[in-house]
Design a protein around this ligand. Sequence first.
Ligand SMILES: *Cc1c(COP(=O)(O)O)cnc(C)c1O
Length: 405
Amino acid sequence: MNIPFSPPYIDQDIINEVVASLESGWITTGPKVKALEEEVCKLTQVSHALCVNSWTSGAMLMLKWFGVKAGDEVIIPAYTYSATALAVLHCGATPVMVDVKDDFTIDVDKIKEKITANTKVIMPVDIAGWPCDYHAINQLVKHPAIQSMFASAHKNQEKLGRILVISDAAHSIGAKVDGIETGKLTDITIFSLHAVKNVTTAEGGVICINLPQPFDNAEEYAYLRLMTLNGQTKDAFTKSKAGGWRYDIIDLGMKINMPDVLAAIGLAQIKKYDTQLLQERKRIFNQYSQLFSRFAWAKLPPQDTESIQSSYHLYALRINHITEAQRDLMIDLIAKEGVAVNVHFIPMPMLTLFKNLGFKMEDYPTTYANFACEISLPIYPQLTTEQVNYIVDSIHNAYQQVIAS
Ligand SMILES: *Cc1c(COP(=O)(O)O)cnc(C)c1O
């Protein structure tokens, strides 16, 4: 059997939506993007969602919007995809890494230790679809002692009066905490719509704007939309209308808009996400959990509770009492059976760029422990019960061989 890790979900509805875009006479940012944004709002209950061309560019845009620059600090977990830190570095600011908890999410006590007068933003990361402890994080940034330490140096910092929380929800569209959808759990939430994510536009991202009073989210959306189009007052769609030629450049924007032809892919997916695609992911997640619960060596990922529902992006299996080298060997053996698995994530302190910046793996013991024994298993709607059984068997066999050797 040959089982890929994350093929995109493409059905006839998606093809039809893309063809409709191609045949419409308009292929870049326009009605399909608008429709996708409306679907994101419907799913998450946020009032405004803004499509961009990647999670990474969306994060850079929002950091710039908050005036984040050299000398500022942004607290992130050491355990994430590097884009979380790269967005910070691209703004000239300093990523401050903290360790995670056993459930893969950022440790709020560790955040507390790292907050200084230079801290402008916290970017928690929902790993494998499992949301962070947003109650604690939101409470922390509003704590009087923490809030009084906050030094405003930009009009939006002044207006918020505290640390901004930007959720890296690249994995967690459709996850919930206490019935509240990811997107509405923090000030700003950014989804990735990259090819391997739960909802995809091939490449893309979407920013959920959920700022508190006195911000006007409609106003911020309108401004940010221009900032994804070089700060230009008219998008190409409006300008293409007869007589619509004159425009202004109001601020130093970026060129990070999403084209309609890509939005069409995500639009057809998101329409069936809640009722179909997410349910299929849950089915696969639960089948893994049921099968692995028979094995003492298998450590299951966090399971849904009364209060928390995952988006089942990946199955983050951990193997009890094995070393990093043994885990690597297991992955080789699993690959020989035709099963593509992965590891989420290689902790940033293990990567050259971050090593050169002075980050050390030993400062993040739980991050390392989670990484060293983790194997990410595929979850996608097309996976059959038979395939999931085969994946679990191949992992069981690999474990037996590694332990016997
Ligand atoms: C995929 C991913 C990103 C980056 O998303 P892009 O859309 O590719 O920029 C950021 N953070 C995490 C946790 C991711 O998994």
